[in-house]
Design a protein. Structure first.
Length: 149
C-alpha cells in the first residue's frame, strides 16, 4: 500500500527537470520501504499529516507528510541527495536536487523527495531511525519490527 501511495505521489508530481524516465524510476526506488516497515510508515503518515505532503503543524513548525521538524531543514536535503546517489542518480543531479530542496520549505517539496527523506531517516545505519517518529502509546509504536512491547 505504501508503495502505491509513494508511486502515485511521484507520478502526480510531474517530470523532473532532468526529464528522463530512468531518473524518475531511481527516485521512486529510493522511496522504497522494506515490507516489514510499511505498516509503521503507513501509520506514521496517517498520524502525522493525514497523508498530506502540504501539512504544516502551526505549533511545532513540523512540515510535510512525515512532519519533519524545522531542524531537519539543514540535514534532510543532504540525506535525500545521498540516498538518491545510492540508488543511481549522478552526483551532479543529486547536488542540483539538494540545492533546490535547501531553498524551499519542506511542505513545498515534491512528495517523492519527502518520501526519500523519510526512507533515508527511517533506514539509518544505526537502526534507530524510527525513533524520530516515536510516540509512546501510539499504535504506530507497536508496528516497529522487533519493538519490545
Amino acid at each position: 500500500m505504501i508503495e502505491s501511495i509513494v508511486l502515485a505521489g511521484a507520478l502526480m508530481a510531474g517530470p523532473s527537470t532532468a526529464g528522463t524516465a530512468a531518473v524518475e524510476q531511481v527516485k521512486v526506488a529510493a522511496t522504497t520501504i522494506p515490507a516489514a516497515w510499511r505498516p509503521f510508515a503507513q501509520c506514521v503518515s496517517g498520524r502525522e499529516s493525514n497523508h498530506s505532503y502540504r501539512s504544516v503543524n502551526r505549533s511545532s513548525g513540523a512540515a510535510g507528510r512525515w512532519q519533519f521538524l524545522p531542524a531537519w531543514r539543514n540535514g534532510l536535503p543532504w540525506m535525500v541527495a545521498e540516498r538518491l546517489m545510492a540508488h543511481g542518480i549522478s552526483r551532479k543531479e543529486a547536488k542540483r536536487i539538494r540545492k533546490v530542496l535547501q531553498a524551499a520549505p519542506i511542505q513545498t517539496w515534491r512528495g517523492v523527495y519527502q518520501d526519500v527523506g523519510f526512507a533515508a531517516a527511517l533506514l539509518a545505519p544505526n537502526g534507530q531511525g524510527w525513533r524520530h517518529w516515536s510516540l509512546p502509546g501510539s499504535k504506530c509504536q507497536g508496528l516497529v519490527p522487533g519493538y519490545a512491547r
